[in-house]
Design a protein around this ligand. Structure first.
Ligand code: HPA
Length: 236
C-alpha cells in the first residue's frame, strides 16, 4: 500500500491515465473498461483498474497542481511500478488560433513552480514528453479525425491571475500553446525514474478571446482525448 493510495501492489497496471478530476477517472473506467475495479478511494481521489481489448489499464485522479500530481505520480512509480503515465487534462489556450475542444500534445513544459528550481539548484531543467508516446498520440489523434496540435505548455501554480494579458504575454511571444497546472511535474518525475510520460490536453478555455467550454463541450472533448490516450496505451 502507498500513503495516499490504498491499492495493493499488483492491483494497478503499468499503464495509467491521469485525469486531474477523480470523477473523470470514474467516468472513464465506467465507459471504457471491462471489469473495472476501484483501487483507490482515499481522499475521494478515485482510481480504477480494468481491461481494454484485454490489456490491463488503470486510471487515477491526481488532483490539481504540481504538489498534488507529484504525490500520486511518485507513489504510482515507486510503490506500484507504473511505467507509462499519460495525463489527460485541460488547458487554457494562449495562442489565438487554438479553438475550444482542440487537443494539445505537450512536447515540453515551462513552469513558474518552484519545485524544479529547488531540485536543480537554481538551474533550468527542460521537462519533456516521451517521444514514442507523443508519436503514437499524434498518429492516433489524426487517425481518429481530431484537431491535434503539438507544442509547448506553461505549467503554473496560479489558476487565478490578476491580469491575464500581462501574465501570459511573454509565453505567447515564445509560442507556448496553453497554460495548465501539472505537466512539468509529471515529465520531471518520469525522467527521474525512467518512465514514459505524455500530457494530452483539451483546450477548455480560450484565454485570448475569453471563451470557455460548457460542461457538455468539456465532456465531448474529454471523450476525444480519452480515446487518443487509450489508443496509445492499448498498443504499447
Ligand atoms: N489556467 C490554468 N490551468 C488551466 C486553465 C487556465 O486558464 N484552463 C484549464 N487549465
Amino acid at each position: 500500500m502507498g500513503i495516499h493510495l490504498d491499492a495493493r501492489v499488483g492491483e494497478i497496471a503499468e499503464s495509467v491515465l491521469l485525469p486531474g478530476d477523480p470523477l473523470r477517472a470514474k467516468f472513464l473506467a465506467e465507459k471504457y473498461f471491462d471489469n473495472p475495479v476501484c483501487h483507490n478511494q482515499i481522499r475521494g481521489m478515485f482510481g480504477y483498474t480494468g481491461y481494454v481489448n484485454g490489456k490491463k489499464i488503470s486510471v487515477q485522479g491526481t488532483g490539481m497542481g504540481v504538489p498534488s500530481i507529484s504525490i500520486y505520480v511518485t507513489e504510482l512509480i515507486q510503490t506500484y511500478g507504473c511505467k507509462n503515465l499519460v495525463r489527460i487534462g485541460t488547458c487554457g489556450a494562449i495562442q489565438p488560433e487554438l479553438k475550444l475542444g482542440d487537443t494539445v500534445l505537450a512536447i515540453t513544459a515551462s513552469t513558474d513552480s518552484h519545485v524544479n528550481t529547488l531540485t536543480f539548484g537554481g538551474r533550468e531543467y527542460a521537462p519533456h514528453a516521451d517521444f514514442e508516446l507523443l508519436k503514437m498520440a499524434y498518429n492516433s489523434g489524426k487517425a481518429l479525425g481530431h484537431q491535434v496540435k503539438v507544442g509547448s505548455v506553461f505549467t503554473t501554480d496560479s489558476f487565478f491571475v490578476d491580469d491575464l494579458e500581462k501574465e501570459y504575454e511573454i509565453w505567447r511571444r515564445h509560442g507556448v500553446l496553453g497554460v495548465e497546472m501539472e505537466t512539468s511535474a509529471l515529465y520531471t518525475l518520469a525522467a527521474r525514474f525512467r518512465c514514459r510520460a505524455l500530457s494530452i490536453l483539451t483546450v477548455s478555455d480560450q484565454l485570448v478571446t475569453g471563451e470557455r467550454a460548457t460542461a457538455q463541450e468539456r465532456l465531448t472533448a474529454f471523450t476525444a482525448m480519452m480515446e487518443i490516450a487509450l489508443a496509445c496505451l492499448k498498443s504499447l
